[in-house]
Design a protein around this ligand. Structure first.
Ligand code: 0RA
Length: 646
């Protein structure tokens, strides 16, 4: 066997247990981030990551994920199968070591080419420790091997249960309700989105997902199969399917620089938003990092050079800068790094210095070639850049105005804002309310100690379709900036949002529970997503949920938030009772609004989270079209029910 082969050969000795199952169960968040919805889904990603590693090594091309009736998960792959031979040091099967020794994993040593990292990559043993039961089946060398576990401990030694002509690993686990006390209900959408993303990031691998809890019209389990032949190129097309391209095809490249595999795909569209997504070892690096800055640098220098030499900038009087090259750009950058260093608040910022130049060089080469070969596209891109620069100069002026207004203290607060008396922002809430009349009710109904009201007039600007300076010139939007006390620009990033002076830690959108209300809700959310994403990421944005019905019988009265609930209440009132349907907030009096929607002891606020920025971006670009149903669907899907106050 060659040195290289030996290196890659699974060596039982390299497995080292670092910490115990007890520690994982005591401090689950240290391993999977949190024990809420996110952590629950991480369990699946963790196992699938191992299958993806097999695929990246060239050993696997099919992965299947099944959500079973009881919310247990089965993953199946056709990789090499977890080794089952005796682990010399531990004196047990390697499978048992991989499944029960925290920090083990066998191929997780630095020598072998294992690139999963970041939040994932903690090992399947962590999934095992956090499951009340798990079963592993390995098809390897003609035999089927099995072992089962409870809360990370094996129930019997690995045994052979039959013969097989297949190869691969099947894992079924059921999340432990002692750990995941909030919920163990898996979201098909969330898992399907991740599987789709993984299939674009790993072309040639078929990834299927089936939900055995739901059937479609034909009586089959809800199921999808993802497969991408062209990888990132198709991913970009998918992301931009709701936008109009400026150039004919997606520009893409794939290569390796200084031992770092780099893949890039990009296109220009006629929108005004920059839409960059970066990945390291299949993990979305929300906070960017060296690979992203490398991309930006490569893009800017190459386009600048081309524009200069083409003479197109000769008559341009204003300066053309970095941002201008990225307006209307949708791009994905994916790199694989052996030992990634993750930094930043959410540990999703790549720190490795060497990656920057690798990406920048790759991008320069790719783009230089492309521009030379496609002079028509090159011209279109440069023209777009010049327009962007022009608009930016207009926007800078408008932004300055917002800025100036914001830095002024109390005196500068918008006249429509009814502020609260509490000074500590962590205790304060502001309700953004649709319309002046509902605003009036909310003002009467609120607890003025800690609740502020900002009424917004009618439909707020659709920022998806507006140029930046229009956004900063909009009255309602200026009011939101001023009321919240946030400013634009930090020392590090001129566009970043500065939350230091945020005046309310809860920003609650309160709209009618009808089609119009949901549209306004979406417009506000779109604004937050595009211009105040940090506010959402900080967990500050919520949606209020006013009731749909009031059921009254004699002195008894109860509110209902769904048709089902309404029927149950009527039933409990003896089968018949008068029902009042609330079409808007305006139909409730101040006391009712407080009781049902604003009082922290009774209300349900839905916290807005961005689980998947890539998907969120695509959906926002779609939502701002003309159809209402997908919009509603989006809101339902992306708002996590959270009784955060009780
Ligand atoms: C340890 C070593 C090897 C593979 C795996 C673990 C492995 C784990 C999982 C989890 C799900 N599917 C998986 N597939 C493989 C290397 C195997 C070898 O060298 O033969």
């Amino acid at each position: 066997m060659s040195e290289e082969a030996k290196k890659n050969e699974y060596s039982a000795d390299s497995i080292q247990a670092l910490e115990g199952i007890e520690h994982v169960r005591m401090r689950p968040s240290m391993y999977i981030g949190d024990i809420g919805v996110r952590g629950l889904h991480h369990l699946v990603y963790e196992v699938v990551d191992n299958s993806i590693d097999e695929a990246m090594g060239g050993y696997c091309d099919a992965i299947e994920v099944t959500i079973n009736e009881d919310n247990s998960i089965t993953t199946k792959d056709n990789g090499r199968g977890i080794p089952v031979d005796l682990h010399k040091k531990e004196g047990i099967s390697a499978l048992e070591v991989v499944m029960t020794k925290i920090g083990a994993g066998g191929k997780f040593d630095k020598d072998s080419y294992k690139v999963s990292g970041g939040l994932h990559g903690v090992g399947v043993s962590v999934v095992n420790a956090l499951s009340d039961r798990l079963k592993a089946s390995v098809h390897r060398d003609g035999k089927v091997w099995e072992q089962e576990y409870e809360r990370g401990k094996s129930l019997y030694p690995v045994k052979s249960v039959g013969e097989t002509s297949e190869r691969g690993t099947i894992v079924t686990f059921h999340p432990d309700v002692e750990i995941f006390t909030q919920t163990i209900e898996y979201s098909y959408e969330t898992l399907a989105n991740r599987m789709r993303e993984l299939s674009y990031l790993n072309k040639g691998v078929t990834i299927g997902i089936t939900d055995r809890r739901q059937k479609d019209e034909e009586g089959n389990f809800v199921s999808e199969k993802f497969y991408s032949d062209q990888g990132l190129k198709e991913f970009v097309r998918f992301l931009d399917s709701n936008r109009d391209p400026l150039i004919k095809d997606v520009i893409s490249m794939e290569g390796e620089k200084n031992g770092i595999p780099v893949e890039v795909a990009m296109i220009y569209n006629n929108s005004y938003t920059e839409n960059l997504h970066s990945y390291v070892n299949n993990i979305n690096t929300h906070e960017g990092g060296t690979h992203l800055s490398g991309f930006r640098r490569g893009l800017t220098t190459t386009l600048k050079k081309y524009a200069d030499s083409s003479g197109m900038l000769d008559k341009v009087k204003f300066e053309v800068a970095g941002d201008d090259f990225r307006e209307g750009l949708t791009a994905i950058i994916s790199v694989k790094v052996g030992e990634p260093q993750f930094e930043g608040q959410t540990k999703t910022k790549l720190g490795n210095r060497e990656v920057s130049s690798a990406v920048s060089q790759s991008v320069s080469e790719m783009l230089t070639n492309y521009l030379e070969e496609h002079p028509d596209d090159a011209k279109i891109i440069v023209q777009k850049v010049i327009l962007a620069a022009q608009a930016r100069h207009a926007a800078a002026k408008a932004r300055e105005m917002v800025q100036r207004k914001t830095v002024m203290s109390i005196g500068g607060l918008p006249g429509k804002l009814s502020d609260c008396s509490e000074q500590d922002p962590s205790l304060c809430e502001v309700f953004l309310v649709e319309g002046d009349s509902a605003g009036g009710t909310a003002k009467q109904g609120r607890d003025r100690n800690f609740q502020a009201i900002l009424p917004l007039r009618g439909k707020i600007l659709n920022v998806e379709k507006a140029m930046q300076h229009k956004v900063f010139e909009n009255e309602e939007i200026k009011n939101i900036y001023t009321a919240l006390g946030v400013t634009i620009g930090t020392e590090e990033d001129s566009k970043a949002l500065n939350l230091e002076k945020l005046r309310y830690h809860k920003v609650v959108i309160m709209c009618d529970a009808d089609v119009d209300g949901s549209h306004i809700e979406t417009l506000i959310l779109t604004f937050f997503f595009r211009y105040m994403r940090e506010l959402i990421e900080g967990g500050h944005v919520y949606i209020a949920t006013p009731p749909l019905y009031l059921v009254k019988k004699g002195s008894k009265k109860r509110y209902a938030w769904s048709d089902k609930e309404r029927d149950e209440i009527v039933e409990s009132f003896g089968g018949s009772a008068p029902i009042q349907r609330y079409k808007g907030l305006g139909e409730m009096n101040a006391e009712q609004l407080w009781d049902t929607t604003m009082n922290p002891s009774f209300r349900t606020l839905r916290q807005i989270t961005i689980d998947n920025a890539t998907e969120a971006d695509r959906i926002f670009s779609m939502l701002m079209g003309d159809e209402v149903p997908p919009r509603r669907e989006f809101i339902e899907k992306n708002a996590v029910y959270a009784n955060i106050d009780v």
